[in-house]
Design a protein around this ligand. Structure first.
Ligand SMILES: [Fe+2]
Ligand SMILES: [Fe+2]
Length: 201
């Protein structure tokens, strides 16, 4: 007897496909769910960053990880190392303003967390993640796509706030998003309606 093959309808996928403006929306959602489930709890436990506010984990870091995934997928690169770099970048902050050393202080925290994912990142990629985090406050020309995506994702809101300046951006997608905030916030809300998205973050 031939058994009929069940047809599975993925509700989530159907929902995501409603947004035709971003061909990567399904991949972005999958990658962002990895961050929410597997990485964010460790960052919250290890870091000193506050939860909300201009540099909060639930506000700014969520937005940076989301954009970082988008920028890397747009270039055809693996978003996983970018997720790590974006998740780590402000985890050592102790206050919202100033604190220019927070990239440096995040490095040992990042090393500790990456040890828990031995099969996801090879040693060379781990060094790239650390370098992206270490230099995110002052780097201009990125040495690889991991730094490029983190730095652009971190600076996108600056362009939304103070105006776009091409010299601060490394990726074509970052350049585009930095000039289209309204549409982008709508897209973030569409993908994850329960999270906090704003021009501020
Ligand atoms: Fe930072
Ligand atoms: Fe940041």
């Amino acid at each position: 007897m031939i058994r009929p093959i069940p047809i599975l309808i993925e509700k989530k996928e159907t929902n995501l496909r409603k947004d035709s403006s971003n061909p990567n929306s399904l991949e972005i959602e999958k990658a962002f769910n990895f961050y929410l489930k597997n990485l964010k709890p460790l960052v919250a436990k290890t870091g000193s960053q506050q939860k909300t506010g201009m540099h909060g984990l639930d506000t700014h870091t969520n937005a940076v990880v989301f954009r970082g995934i988008d920028y890397s997928l747009h270039m055809g690169y693996d978003p996983i190392p970018v997720i790590f770099a974006c998740a780590f970048h402000d985890m050592a902050r102790t206050e919202d303003e100033g604190d220019t050393d927070h990239g440096k202080r995040a490095v040992p925290m990042a090393i500790k967390i990456m040890k828990q994912f031995p099969y996801l990142l090879d040693p060379e990629t781990r060094l790239s993640v650390l370098s992206a985090v270490l230099n995110h406050t002052n780097g201009r020309t990125a040495q690889d796509y991991i730094s490029a995506c983190l730095w652009d994702a971190d600076r996108t809101r600056m362009a939304w706030y103070y105006g776009y300046d091409d010299k601060f951006f490394n990726t074509s997608r970052g350049k585009y998003v930095a000039q289209h905030w309204k549409k982008y916030i709508e897209f973030q809300r569409f993908c994850f309606p329960k999270l906090t998205w704003s021009k501020q973050y």
